[in-house]
Design a protein around this ligand. Structure first.
Ligand code: NDP
Length: 335
């Protein structure tokens, strides 16, 4: 790869996130450009090729996707499909010799995550997860405050992420496509939050399902879920995720003070406060920072930072699996 060249990216699945966040962000990126699309909807192909000046030769559907192996314009594929489709398309992208970014949650089982990691290793390509906050300045400051013990030893954290899910027919409410409910979709950000701030892995989890206030809408997946982690050194965390109402907060209490983000996980602007005063950081475009951060490392031939790799995505899936098990059995589950 030539350092002066922008990588060419193909987006797979032109839904809300690709259309409203990733494509606009790709108009601002320095190290990557929107070069191709993979879509099952012909009208989207027409709209996108015109809007973003994408050559017809760089347009694929789900059947023709594997031909991307012959396309020198495409260096990296970004999988933005419903969760249950991530594994298949990441593996096919790796087999086509492309680097891959895969949206969160990485997949719907730990086994799939392992297969995705193996496929990318075998193809000698790198795999990153769509954790757009790892390059985000407020999140990085929370990591610094926690890991460098700026307020002393951490004691307990509260991290929650939820929103009111509208359309009762969306794939997010279907277990076969989503793998679960709000836990898979946004609870994963709360899990990421406490792992990032502590720099530690949870040792065990207890969890509870909330009430189903709309049993018809939530016949397939949980509506609300609560869980508690125990970390090493007596650190604990408590979390809520929900499709019933909004919540978005990452709070850490330490021996000598506290620090928090609220909002913490959405597209921003994020806001931070500590017991000593506000966190002042620049407001950035999360998606542009994330894609540029990854693509700069790929251009420079570097290994991606561990916390955005497939291994990290798989660790979150292990934790989520244990959390569901804890809620289903009512027992404390070792992770
Ligand atoms: P959407 O439902 O808006 O879009 C999904 C797209 O996938 C569809 O538009 C369609 O694109 C394609 N698709 C192919 N098969 C199916 C199918 N059976 N059912 C539904 N869609 C299908 O979802 P989002 O864009 O909101 O989410 C996509 C992924 O991105 C998810 O994994 C989600 O978790 C993640 N995400 C991450 C965010 C973040 O902040 N990191 C934020 C939002 C989402 P086409 O018509 O082109 O074939």
């Amino acid at each position: 790869l030539q350092p002066e060249r922008k990588l060419g990216m193909a987006l797979v699945g032109l839904g809300g996130y690709a259309k409203n966040q990733l494509a606009p962000a790709l108009q601002q990126t320095k190290h990557v450009r929107l070069a191709g699309i993979v879509t099952g909807t012909p009208s989207k192909a027409e709209e996108w090729t015109a809007k973003y000046n994408i050559p017809k030769a760089n347009v694929y559907d789900y059947k023709t996707f594997d031909r991307i192996i012959d396309n020198k314009d495409i260096d990296i594929v970004y999988v933005v499909l419903p969760n249950s489709m991530h594994a298949e398309y990441v593996i096919r992208a790796a087999k086509a010799g492309k680097h891959v970014i895969c949206e969160k949650p990485m997949a719907i089982t730990v086994k799939e995550c392992q297969e995705m990691i193996d496929a990318c290793k075998k193809a000698n390509r790198q795999l990153a997860i769509g954790y757009r906050l790892h390059y985000e300045p407020f999140t990085q400051e929370m990591m610094r405050l926690g890991r460098e013990k700026v307020f002393g030893n951490l004691k307990f954290l509260e991290a929650s992420d939820g929103f009111k899910a509208g359309d009762p027919n969306q794939w997010r409410l279907k277990k076969a496509l989503a793998g679960g409910g709000p836990m898979m979709d946004v609870g994963i950000y709360a899990i990421q939050g406490v792992r990032l701030v502590t720099g530690l892995e949870p040792l065990s989890v207890t969890a509870q399902f909330g009430p189903k206030t709309d049993p018809q809408k939530f016949k397939d997946v949980e509506e609300t879920m609560y869980w508690q982690f125990e970390f090493p050194n007596g650190i604990t965390s408590t979390s809520t995720t929900s499709y019933a109402a909004g919540v978005e907060r990452l709070y850490a209490s330490a021996e000598n003070g506290w620090f928090e983000l609220r909002p913490a996980f959405g597209y921003g602007p994020l806001k931070g406060m500590t017991s000593k005063g506000p966190i002042e950081k620049p407001v950035v475009n999360h998606q542009a920072m994330h894609m540029d951060g990854i693509c700069k490392d790929l251009i420079d031939g570097k290994q991606l930072p561990k916390h955005i790799t497939g291994e990290e995505g798989m660790q979150d899936m292990k934790i989520i699996t244990a959390t569901y098990q804890a809620a289903e059995t009512g027992r404390k589950i070792k992770i």
